[in-house]
Design a protein around this ligand. Structure first.
Ligand code: PBG
Length: 338
């Protein structure tokens, strides 16, 4: 069909037409600035006591608490899909909890056992252990409390050091303090080095906000605080510069990598942290972010797979080098079959 003169005359005289680089999939892939790969992903996994347990977390569809035997099977499967790193979260029974979270540094504790078993079965899997007291305290806080309910910083740090050293002794590759006590990175680094674990790295939850997006995770762990909130240690969502201070302190104290958490409501923080430091930046696509997508998808309101890929790509574009996400296996399955 030939164009009429009048149509041709309507052609704009443009020197720049960005649409040229979007004309087809080939040109789009050539100019694509950001790629999401399985190499970027860390898979958070919940381990529980007992045997033959695989219990779905109600507020986190398709996420399970696995007993160690079944966790090992899952580890073998995800490793074959290319997932190279897991972040472990133990769920222990109430009888193991006390006010000071002493179970956290039990050499035979659930996390320590899980690390040993994973490394024995799948040595190439990078195992990242969480350093925080909340799964082990009766009150659900990340620290030791005094009789007025104040979270005591330095007393807590002393326990966190024991916890990190016990995880390193079990064979973890990286410890990830998620507690937000002051000075814990330096103390943990010293503690690890003094015990000969100079090769064990620290992924610091540096900018961890006091966020309502952790709700489903606290269901998963049964770890919701029994009183008060976590605002005296986790950061105020209103603050951005404070995130840079936390990152600066953690790097000065010996963090090998830093983290921003949550991710989606904090993309500006991810971007600023990336621009202001020279270590790898991780972002945690947390439980509430996961559950919102799952819930809307279950209602048929959004396309789950597309939203998942777009979300994770965007977190990477914002500046994250690594992403902790409960979608890791789903992404690996999609990328594997591409
Ligand atoms: C606790 C911890 C939390 C998460 C990871 N480690 C919750 C909290 O601080 O209460 C949240 C992870 C998620 O929501 O996916 N130290």
């Amino acid at each position: 069909m030939s164009r009429s003169n009048s149509e041709a005359e309507q052609q704009l005289s443009l020197t720049k037409r960005p649409r040229r680089l979007r004309r087809n999939p080939t040109i789009r892939s050539l100019v694509s600035e950001t790629q999401l790969t399985v190499d970027d992903l860390i898979y958070p996994m919940f381990v529980t006591e007992g045997e033959n347990q695989r219990v779905e977390i109600v507020s986190m569809p398709d996420c399970y608490r696995y007993s160690l035997d079944l966790l090992l099977k899952e580890i073998a499967e995800i490793y074959s899909l290319g997932i190279k790193a897991v972040a472990l979260f133990p769920v222990v029974s109430e009888t193991k909890k006390d006010d000071n979270g002493t179970e956290s540094f039990n050499p035979e504790g659930l996390a320590q056992q899980a690390v040993r078993a994973i490394k024995a079965q799948t040595p190439g899997m990078m195992v990242i252990t969480d350093v925080a007291l909340d799964p082990f305290t009766t009150h659900g806080h990340d620290g030791v409390i005094d009789d007025r309910g104040v979270i005591l910083n330095d007393e807590t740090v002393a326990i966190l050091v024991k916890m990190a050293v016990s995880q390193a002794a079990a064979g973890c590759d990286i410890v990830a303090p998620s507690d937000m006590m002051d000075g814990r990175i330096g103390a943990i680094r010293q503690g690890l080095d003094a015990s000969g674990f100079t090769d064990v790295g620290i992924l610091a939850y540096s900018a961890k906000y006091a966020s309502a997006y952790y709700g489903p995770f606290r269901d998963a762990l049964d770890s919701a605080p029994k009183f008060g909130d976590k605002k005296t240690y986790q950061m105020d969502p209103a603050n951005a510069r404070e995130a840079l201070l936390e990152v600066e302190l953690d790097i000065a104290e010996g963090a090998d990598m830093v983290m921003v958490k949550p991710a989606l409501a904090y993309m500006d923080i991810i971007h600023q942290v990336k621009a202001n430091c020279n270590v790898p930046v991780a972002a945690y696509n947390v439980s509430g972010e996961y559950s919102m997508i799952k819930a809307a998808a279950q209602l048929g309101w959004i396309d789950e797979k597309k939203i998942m890929m777009e979300t994770l790509l965007s977190i990477k574009r914002a500046g994250a080098d690594l992403i902790l996400t409960y979608f890791a296996k789903d992404v690996a399955l999609i990328l594997h079959h591409k």
